[in-house]
Design a protein around this ligand. Structure first.
Ligand code: BTN
Length: 259
């Protein structure tokens, strides 16, 4: 029987981190962990505070999409106060932390689809949302929101069945949710400290991108680009080669693998 009950204590106890996950606010059910995290950050919550819910009733995705997070999935937000230079790296940091923790706990081999979806066998298993408040060069706060389909039966969610997967679906058995959460917090702290110490996580992020060399369609605002994903820049932008030989630099968008 795989453990699956969550509590603040079960997450923080002997976690081994310095600050990420040392304060955890747990809710059995919540609209969105991003909402509470924003309120907490505005009140000056200690860095590394985690808001986690067993289930979200109004989970938010990127580009104003809805994020489904029923019981059995992981939905958490982490409050950080990074420098403005490190802000663009949070996308890379979060996706790498998810890749490492899923791999360490389950043995599966996840990959990152630009900019920050985590896939297993080309299907989405995790979404990441970064929200921040920035004034000039001052970052008031940044929140990393992470949603992982851990123990989710896709047959109950026809709207995402063709594009998404879950760890339990890939493993053929339930995955240990608490272990994945704890490993994720450890990985976020390790990468965040490395970043603060002047290290780069760009190369590692690039090495984990499933997108490079693939034919993709990218929706960025109202523009749709088609081409082959050639490389990514250090600020996280995608360089897309079109069939006429032209190159586009795309700062933000949503990529669909076409091959
Ligand atoms: C996406 O792929 O569109 C991003 C999904 C992000 C979902 C997470 S779940 C925890 C946090 N709370 C939310 O409402 N959204 C993020």
């Amino acid at each position: 029987m795989v453990e699956n009950s969550l509590s603040s204590a079960s997450i923080t106890s002997n976690l081994g981190t310095h600050f990420i996950g040392q304060r955890v606010i747990y809710y059995p059910s919540l609209t969105s962990t991003m909402e509470v995290a924003r309120q907490e950050a505005q009140l000056g919550a200690v860095e590394g505070t985690v808001i986690i819910a067993d289930e979200q009733t109004a989970g938010r995705g990127r580009i104003k999409r809805v994020w489904l997070s029923p019981k059995g999935s992981v939905a958490l937000s982490i409050i950080l106060y990074p420098s403005v230079v490190n802000l663009p790296s949070l996308i890379m940091l979060a996706s790498l932390a998810v890749v490492h923790s899923i791999e360490a706990v389950t043995g599966l081999k996840p990959q990152v689809k630009w900019p920050n979806d985590v896939l297993v066998n080309d299907r989405k298993v995790c979404g990441i949302l970064i929200e921040s408040s920035v004034r000039g060069n001052i970052v008031d706060y940044a929140i990393i929101g992470i949603g992982v389909n851990v123990n989710l039966r896709l047959s109950g969610f026809p709207e995402i069945q063709s594009t998404a997967t879950s760890l339990s679906a890939e493993l053929g058995r339930d995955a240990p949710r608490l272990r994945i959460i704890r490993q994720l917090l450890v990985e976020v702290e390790r990468l965040y400290l490395a970043l603060q110490a002047g290290g780069s996580i760009y190369e590692e992020w690039q090495d984990n991108l499933v997108t490079l060399g693939r034919r993709v369609q990218v929706k960025s605002g109202k523009t749709i680009y088609e081409g082959v994903a050639e490389s990514v820049t250090k600020d996280g932008s995608l360089l897309l080669r079109h069939s006429n030989g032209n190159l586009s630099k795309i700062v933000a968008g949503d990529a669909t693998l076409r091959d």
